[in-house]
Design a protein around this ligand. Structure first.
Ligand code: C5P
Length: 321
């Protein structure tokens, strides 16, 4: 039996600009991801039983855990689980390699800390960590570019979870340029407070809502270039980052979940440096000055109607490793 373990981070989008959808329905994006110190850990083990099994331990912010076998992770059948799909991709490559005889069965343990369906790329982080772990398990020697190319076929956020740090995503948000590496410990870390909702939002539904209203406020416009000044702001200290956060999906998400406006206002009222919807939501991210400010914001935010849980975290964090 062979075994390998890897982890990958969830993210917030510091900047998300969406263009008019392509004929395939996907939107061209200019987006900047910041990976967070909130990681999915994946252990993969070869198994004599053919096929793929996924067991997930969900870790909640309050410290409670919930163990779920694959078929029971929400309503997700194993063939739709991104970790299973990532493993299957590499299983095909391993079938012709030196460990071919170990490639028919695989058992995957996912230790989940990234909120499910929160707009924080938890599923993509599962896929990213599984790609890294299976690459190691079967000694495939795939380089970063190859893993990102495979990840892109699984989901638009997978390359960001592989790269980590603060990274620009173009194309469908899946072609990455690293702007600032994730370091741990990082004395210049950004401190974030996250407000989690009780129920997730569907990313396709939010994008469809954006299309239905003819694009972001002001209509579809050409996607901006991310110039050096903006890169400096987004990768700089919290005071520089404040005011630069923007997400074109905000209005569309508010159409589906109007209560998010109150969540965002509550963080502003509590003194957050800036507030942004994470990806397609419903997680809302508030930027804090430092760790103490983050704790104070978290206390003030807790108990706001519509806020199921509050988490503090930091970024930028390392990618898949
Ligand atoms: O790639 P992924 O499966 O994570 O995307 C989920 C959904 O988000 C897609 O089905 C699509 O509706 C939407 N999406 C999009 N444009 C992107 C990325 C995602 O429309 N660039």
């Amino acid at each position: 039996m062979r075994e390998a373990t890897a982890s990958a981070p969830g993210k917030v989008n510091l900047l998300l600009r969406a263009g008019r959808p392509d004929p395939d329905g996907y939107h061209p994006l200019v987006t900047v991801f910041e990976c967070l110190d909130l990681r999915e850990t994946v252990s993969v083990r070869t198994s004599r039983t053919p096929g793929i099994r996924v067991d997930t331990t969900v870790r909640r912010p309050d410290g409670s855990t919930d163990r779920q076998a694959t078929a029971a992770l929400g309503d997700l059948p194993v063939e739709r689980h991104l970790a299973a799909r990532a493993a299957r991709l590499l299983q095909r490559l391993a079938a012709t390699g030196p460990w071919a005889q170990t490639a028919s069965g695989i058992s995957i343990e996912v230790d989940k800390r990234v909120p499910i369906a929160g707009g924080m790329a938890g599923g993509s982080a599962d896929a990213a960590a599984t790609l890294v772990a299976c690459n190691d398990l079967w000694g495939l020697g795939l380089d970063d570019a190859h893993l990102q190319a495979l990840g892109r076929t699984l989901g638009a956020d997978v390359p960001a979870c592989l790269v980590g740090g603060i990274a620009l995503g173009t194309g469908h948000g899946d072609h990455m340029t690293l702007l600032r590496a994730g370091e741990d410990p990082d004395p210049a870390a950004h401190h974030w407070v996250l407000a989690l909702a009780a129920h997730g939002l569907s990313t396709p539904e939010v994008f469809a809502g954006l299309d239905a209203v003819g694009g972001p406020p002001g209509g579809w416009r050409p996607l901006p270039d991310v110039e050096v000044d903006l890169v400096a702001q987004l990768t700089g200290p919290a005071d520089d980052l404040a005011g630069a956060l923007v997400n074109d999906l905000t209005e569309a998400a508010l159409q589906v979940r109007p209560g998010l406006a109150r969540t965002m206002d509550a963080a502003r009222d509590a003194g957050a440096l800036d507030v942004v919807l994470s990806g397609s939501g419903p997680t809302v991210a508030a930027l804090a000055r430092d760790a103490g400010h983050a704790r104070a914001l978290a206390e003030a935010w807790r108990g706001t109607p519509g806020v199921a849980d509050v988490l503090t975290t930091r970024g930028p964090a390392a990618g898949g490793e």
